[in-house]
Design a protein around this ligand. Structure first.
Ligand code: ADP
Length: 434
């Protein structure tokens, strides 16, 4: 107890007695504080006689803990009158003697405890930090203005763990969202690709059918003419028959193109039959198959062959490759008067060249023309029928022969030159001249 104040029952509450444990100069000021500011805060109107009440409140930042009660006083004439007794406790000693005894030693306990006031200022103990795991409770009696806070000793560790877990969950969520988005993109791309392939497929079928129709129509026309017997001379008859033979060869070449391509596409090997062959004669046959078409386009086909250039080849496949190159020259270089085909030897290799004097192929397209379905644009905007498989097939034929195909610009930068290179075999023993 630090101070005791006794007051009478009159409305002005006159001081009857005042005592201080440590009397000193501050006592007067403290008594005035009690009378002027604290007394109006006491809940006296409903306070039954002898019932003890507490007031715990901060005045000018300092907490006061008061106990007060009404008491009856026996006067000398035998009557009673009323007194109000106010006891002021030393809060510091409460803190020291009470809290320090009841609150466990922080390091030894599994929980940390402190006491804070209404504004969260520390009254006793250490701050517990901000955590969801801090539990707080107001003192139910006496020290009303304070709250006891309890947190597990490991609360910071737990909070950190919870933070990390939240971060992990958020990351997982973000990752799943990313996977969903990536999946959707892949799906969209796959659908677009599928649509593109479908369009390509139907265009391919339309183009192939159209290419087949042309030689077939010629064969039929000359066939009907011969069947009608109205061919005037034997010479003409032979000429028509020759055309029929060459156009049907070209037709077979076109059909073989598609069949070989389909085989390559299905991952099946095209069955090649390799044999030593004289390239000049072989290429000559392929050029002949294209002659009718070149004639109708007003183009000359010129063949120049070095003798005895031998290579180990599949005759049918190489003829097909050369037909593809000559047909392309006729199709894409209509302004050329002449298409030159040559067979020769270069640096230990057998080489076939097909040269036109058309618009040529831009350097950036020279690799791409060998991709399947690739179709270039004509510089003059002309529409040329084609299926985009010819050169890809030439490339696969050359690969099977351990040779290769490339395209270069022609001399003086005019037109294109397609070059087929075969490993040179040399003449077979029987034909070696001494
Ligand atoms: P297609 O002739 O059916 O289109 P190809 O694979 O034979 O298919 O040719 C691919 C592309 O290469 C052609 O669309 C064309 O643009 C280009 N090309 C081929 N040969 C020539 C050539 N001699 N001159 C110019 N461009 C050519």
């Amino acid at each position: 107890m630090a101070h005791v104040l006794v007051l009478d029952a009159s409305p002005t509450r006159n001081v009857i007695g005042f005592a201080s444990r440590n009397p000193g100069p501050l006592d007067d000021a403290f008594r005035l504080l009690l009378l002027r500011r604290v007394l109006p805060d006491l809940d006296l109107s409903t306070l039954p006689m002898s019932q003890i009440k507490h007031l715990h409140r901060a005045y000018d930042g300092t907490f006061l803990l008061l106990t007060y009660f009404r008491a009856q006083h026996l006067r000398s004439d035998g009557t009673y009158d009323e007194r109000l007794v106010v006891l002021h406790h030393d809060v510091d000693s409460v803190r020291r003697e009470l809290l320090e005894q009841v609150v466990p030693e922080p390091r030894a306990a599994s929980a940390r405890v402190n006491v804070v006031d209404d504004e969260g200022r520390i009254i006793f103990g250490q701050p517990l930090g901000k955590s969801d795991l801090v539990v707080q409770k107001r003192f139910p009696t006496t020290l009303y203005a304070w709250r006891l806070q309890v947190a597990p000793t490991s609360s910071e560790g737990l909070a950190e763990k919870a933070r990390r877990r939240r971060f992990l969950e958020m990351s997982l969520l973000a990752m799943s969202a990313l996977v969903v988005v990536a999946g959707a993109i892949v799906l969209l791309l796959a659908t677009a690709q599928e649509r593109r392939l479908n369009a390509l497929r139907s265009e391919f079928v339309a183009n192939v059918s159209h290419e087949l129709k042309t030689p077939l129509a010629i064969v039929r026309m000359y066939g009907e003419l011969l069947a009608s017997g109205r061919v005037p001379t034997e010479e003409k008859k032979q000429q028509y028959l020759g055309t029929i033979v060459r156009e049907s060869e070209r037709l077979s070449a076109l059909i073989e193109n598609v069949l070989d391509f389909a085989r390559v596409e299905r991952g099946k090997k095209v069955a090649y039959e390799f044999a030593d062959a004289e390239l000049g004669a072989l290429v000559g046959k392929a050029v002949e198959a294209c002659r009718y078409r070149a004639d109708t386009e007003g183009m000359r086909l010129e063949l120049e062959t070095e003798p005895e250039v031998f290579a180990r080849v599949d005759e049918r496949a190489v003829q097909l490759a050369v037909i593809n190159l000559v047909e392309n020259a006729v199709k894409y270089a209509p302004a050329s008067e002449v298409v030159n085909v040559s067979v020769g030897r270069e640096k230990g290799a057998a080489v076939v060249r097909v040269r036109d004097r058309g618009p040529g192929i831009p350097p950036e397209d020279r690799e791409r023309v060998f991709e399947r379905f690739y179709r270039g644009k004509q510089p003059d905007g002309r529409q040329v029928r084609g299926s985009g498989i010819g050169l890809s097939l030439v490339a696969s034929v050359m690969e099977a022969h351990q040779g290769d195909v490339r395209v270069e610009a022609g001399e003086d930068g005019v037109g294109s030159v397609f070059v087929l290179t075969f490993p040179f075999e040399g003449p077979p023993p029987s034909s070696v001249r001494r």
